[in-house]
Design a protein around this ligand. Sequence first.
Ligand code: MG
Ligand code: ZN
Length: 380
Amino acid sequence: MMRKRLGFLIFGLVVLTTCSAPQQAPSYREIPFTEKPKNIILLIGDGMGLSQISAAMYSNRNRLNLEFFPVVGFHKSYAYNDLVTDSAAGATAFACGVKTYNSAIGMTRDTVPCPNILEEAEAKGLATGLVATATIVHATPAAFIAHQPLRVQYEEIASDMLDVEVDLLIGGGMQYFSRRESDRRDLVQEFKEKGYEVYSYFDRDLAQLPFNTRANLVYFTADKHPVPVAAGRDYLSFAARLSPYFLEKRSDQGFFLMIEGSQIDWMCHSNDAQGAIKETLDFDRAVGEVLNYARKSGNTLVIVTADHETGGMALNPDSKMGRINGTFTTNGHTATLIPVFAFGPGSELFSGIYENTEIHQKMREALGFEATTALQESDR
Ligand code: MG
Ligand code: ZN
């Protein structure tokens, strides 16, 4: 009880001391950074290319939190066997540093499981977390924690999550843990037996959790997919505000956190420009929360990027400031270069044009992890 009250106090403090007011932020050069980052927060806007970013910015009084990043680069998103990547191969490139086939989750092109940065961070004593606005077993978060030949193996991906000592999971997809079809395991129970605290939207809001930073935390935001922002989903920026404070208490070695704005991609698959703008602005609010943390901590490298662009989105000539006419060339993904934004110690590594796999190498280099293994070299 005492502990729970303490938890509430800490949590209240977190809420009170952070606010999204980018205009009042100190300039980059005024911030005293450490030489090397202790923490990395990687934010992935699934399907978020330059048009999605532009449309969101011009729909938001010409402002985005992304404008506060001093370092900008581009990555080449293509997969091993396809110029147009999917989210599985794209996330595996970031997580493992290998180009692989579309649909691979943490597997090389020869279907060999590849070590990922979250597992490596865990092995080195860092705290780790994954936050998504899709199911937590969906391709992007899955590639940071699971190893399966095909992205649709949701229950197998869920099982893999029990094999990694991850500190924080926030996302949908509870049914793949609690009401499985492929076996009789109850993974929610198994999490609890391992000492995790497990909550869901059935129990209470994310904002009402008793914050116990002495146990790993799983919070399910939906039974399957969380709803779009347009239908009322509102937890991403809150999760982004909370997660760094939670993880910094979980280890004094630092943390690795991946936060995904999952549904920009889905809106663009549906060629819904206004939906894509809403999802991109939701993601940008999460970026703002993370920036607030990074400004305070001084030892956190923040990287924002996408796995690929979706829809071949364009801002048509009749677009006006505040009234964007977004159109699309496809219902699928495209092969265009993808922007990378970096802030904090180690951010200078992210300028220029490079392969998506190099984001993995740059994150490892920033954290001071030793040179890559022979497996990764041969598969790059
Ligand atoms: Mg995704
Ligand atoms: Zn997609």
